[in-house]
Design a protein around this ligand. Structure first.
Ligand SMILES: C[S@@+](CC[C@H](N)C(=O)[O-])C[C@H]1O[C@@H](n2cnc3c(N)ncnc32)[C@H](O)[C@@H]1O
Length: 307
């Protein structure tokens, strides 16, 4: 696999080989067949795109789709309607913007056929989800940044439906997982997902965590951004209160990975919080938002104080 291009909010990787290996990777949001572009080795134009789709359907990635008639949609591109009509006429595919298997789109100069919506992917389990549930690819990235060691205690105090706990369990089946949330609806979803992470979610406000001082190795959470969940005004109170609790429960060599769109408030809150500091900020783009994943570690003083 080779990285070939980077765009504002995407990296496109070129990959040749068996599909099964690609299907085993978690940290990408779309698998696409390149249909054409203006660069060496690629043909451009509608005829080339149809030929590439035919080839892929016969012997390539699209042959993995099990449907008598493939359903597709086309992103709002300049030539959207021409493409739609051409694919329907030439290949007999059914245009269905709501229930599609293939999405035609562009990244820079490349015309691409994206395969399958993320929720259908066998890379991730089918889970009970909430409107604000974390995108599984983002969850995979957060857990990767968390650097979980064997048998460590991993805690999500804003667990929602438990996406991050499910991902942490998939990453390391020996981790001891704890999830809590203040919302009964979220807890019901996390309980429904229990077979995929193995714990029982707790009802708790993140300003008062129901675990002992210095008992947690890793904290991971998708915080209320103050948009779809909570408000900026509520975050002004919540973030410092939660960070004080984080300082209390985290072990000396503990680490936290926290996702938020309320970034300036978060940075300010961490600067004023006891015992933790930002080690790294990873900027993301997800669902039209631009949150950051903040990796937090103990300050040197806090590290010296605890076992
Ligand atoms: C962005 S969602 C988390 C999504 C979750 N990772 C998932 O995949 O479903 C934020 C969660 O924080 C919870 N929450 C908001 N304020 C809270 C508080 N003060 N204490 C604990 N949980 C809180 C909400 O109920 C919501 O489930």
């Amino acid at each position: 696999m080779t990285r070939i291009r980077r765009y504002g909010d995407a990296a496109v990787l070129d990959c040749r080989g068996p599909l099964r290996e690609v299907a085993g990777l978690r940290m990408y949001s779309a698998l696409s067949v390149v249909l054409g572009g203006h660069e060496p080795g690629l043909a451009a134009g509608p005829a080339a795109a149809i030929a590439a789709l035919r080839r892929s359907q016969a012997t390539g990635v699209l042959s993995a789709l099990d449907a008598a008639v493939i359903s597709f949609r086309v992103d709002p591109l300049a030539d959207r309607w021409e493409l739609r009509d051409l694919v329907a006429a030439e290949l007999g595919w059914r245009n269905d913007p709501r229930d599609w298997q293939v999405n035609l789109t562009r990244r820079g100069d490349l015309l691409l056929a994206q395969v399958g919506a993320l929720y259908r992917s066998s890379r991730f389990p089918t889970m009970a989800r909430l409107p604000a549930s974390t995108n599984p690819v983002v969850a995979a990235l957060l857990v990767q940044l968390l650097k979980v060691g064997a048998g460590q205690v991993v805690y999500d105090p804003f667990c929602g439906s438990g996406t991050l706990l499910v991902e942490a369990f998939a990453y390391d089946g020996t981790a001891v997982l704890i999830g809590s949330d203040s919302s009964p609806t979220a807890l019901a979803a996390a309980a429904a997902n229990r077979p995929m992470w193995g714990g029982g979610p707790l009802r708790a406000d993140a300003a008062r965590l129901p675990v002992a001082t210095g008992s947690v190795d890793r904290v991971v959470a998708n915080l209320p951004f103050g948009k779809r969940v909570g408000s900026h005004a509520a975050n002004i109170v919540l973030y410092p209160a939660f960070l004080a609790e984080l300082n209390r429960v985290l072990r000396a060599d503990g680490r936290a990975v926290l996702l938020t769109e309320d970034k300036e408030l978060f940075r300010r809150s961490v600067r004023r919080a006891p015992g933790v500091r930002v080690l790294r900020e990873v900027r993301l783009a997800s669902g039209g938002l631009h949150p950051s994943a903040f990796v937090l570690e103990r300050t040197r003083t806090a590290r010296g104080r605890r076992p």
